[in-house]
Write a protein that binds this ligand. Structure first.
Ligand SMILES: Cc1cc2nc3c(=O)[nH]c(=O)nc-3n(C[C@H](O)[C@H](O)[C@H](O)COP(=O)(O)O)c2cc1C
Length: 357
């Protein structure tokens, strides 16, 4: 039985989860209100709480619950509200359970294989979606979920190497990307035997460099049900980041984008900024405090504190922030509203589908 009904999304668009604080309740709620899936990132949503550095666990859970309520209120029953939870974060299971208790419709989870996700309290009530980078990971997850939980993913996000934030690819693969359509085809093929076995659709959403409605139609022609789009949503009035972050997205050119090292242990894609320049020359910026947020991070050895760098970015601090963005950021022309962007994507998508040979 699937907990995901595609007809709840009149527009087959998921707004990708963006931490720290870039996609919270305001952005997610407005996307859902326009018939898409709005996604709140669980990466330190409590960064602005006064007790964040003293008790990050409590601050994050409190803020997450409030942001989910806010999103649902704004959405007014339209679309879907989801969270994006990274497997590599500490307090992962506790965070997902709290989000489900607060009423999210779906949990999307990547940055590692979410092998334990269906066992988290409440997971039987919501749609579950792993983020994968290829067919092998999709098959491994299905095999393990089948064996341990007799359950399939309700949908799958395949994130290609043009995405923003952390990447499930090597630097080499990110710099010489395979076409996203190819990855979509590979993931659909890996899911096919499981779809047949469970008699269940497992819709696939393509992410990473999807920019307009024609791209969405192209992904559908490759077998996807829709797309997950993130970077374009930063340049909206409703995005939860500071205006300075949004403006950087508008002004960025393709050549300003870099693949950077992240303490998560994966490469990431971000704008070339003073922080990256400083890391190139100094090698390391030792953390001054620690929120104990990532399982693979050792504060004594980490090249920098990614949480602090992302918090400075969401506040708009160009000098000290790490400004994650996708490879297509250079195509953004200006700041718009979620409603206008969703309408534009829908019109372009419908036009492209009609003109399909
Ligand atoms: C600022 C920013 C922050 C992101 N944070 C997360 C995150 O916390 N967890 C995650 O799984 N993906 C994260 N992503 C990836 C997006 O959810 C999305 O899949 C990807 O960026 C899609 O590509 P696009 O930006 O080209 O549309 C982030 C992306 C950006 C741009």
């Amino acid at each position: 039985m699937s907990r995901f009904d595609l007809s709840r999304l009149p527009v087959p668009v998921i707004q990708g989860g963006m931490g720290v604080g870039v996609s919270l309740g305001n952005l997610a709620g407005h996307v859902a209100g326009c018939g898409g899936m709005g996604v709140i990132s669980t990466a330190n949503p409590g960064y602005a709480e006064p007790d964040f550095w003293q008790d990050p666990g409590a601050a994050n859970l409190r803020a997450l619950t409030a942001q989910i309520r806010k999103a649902k209120e704004i959405a007014g029953g339209m679309g879907m509200v989801a969270i994006n939870a990274m497997v590599a974060t500490t307090r992962y299971a506790e965070t997902v359970a709290a989000a489900i208790a607060a009423g999210v419709d779906a949990v999307i989870s990547g940055a590692g294989l979410p092998l334990e996700l269906p066992g988290i309290p409440g997971a039987d009530r919501v749609a579950l979606a792993p983020i994968v980078s290829g067919g092998k990971a999709a098959n491994t997850i299905c095999k393990l979920w089948h064996r341990r939980f007799s359950r399939m993913p309700d949908f799958v996000v395949v994130e290609g190497p043009l995405a923003g934030g952390h990447l499930g690819f090597s630097r080499e693969e990110a710099e010489h990307p395979r076409p996203l359509e190819e990855l979509v085809g590979e993931v659909c093929a890996a899911l096919e035997p499981w779809r047949a076995r469970y008699g269940q659709e497992i819709p696939v959403f393509a992410a990473g460099g999807v920019f307009d409605g024609a791209d969405i139609a192209r992904m559908q022609a490759a077998g996807a049900a829709g797309a997950q789009i993130a970077t374009r949503f930063i340049a909206t009035e409703e995005c939860d980041a500071a205006p300075a972050y949004k403006q950087r997205m508008v002004e960025a050119k393709a050549e300003d984008v870099r693949i950077v090292k992240s303490p998560v242990g994966m490469p990431g894609r971000a704008l070339y900024s003073p922080l990256i320049r400083r890391l190139e020359t100094e090698g390391r910026i030792p953390p001054t405090r620690c929120a104990n947020c990532l399982v693979p991070c050792d504060p004594a050895a980490t090249p920098y504190c990614i949480t602090r760098a992302l918090i400075e970015a969401v506040k708009g601090n160009w000098e000290e922030g790490l400004f994650f963005c996708g490879a297509n950021v250079g195509r953004i022309q200006g700041i718009t509203t979620v409603k206008t962007l969703m309408q534009q994507l829908t019109t372009e998508w419908q036009t492209a589908r009609r003109s399909k040979p």
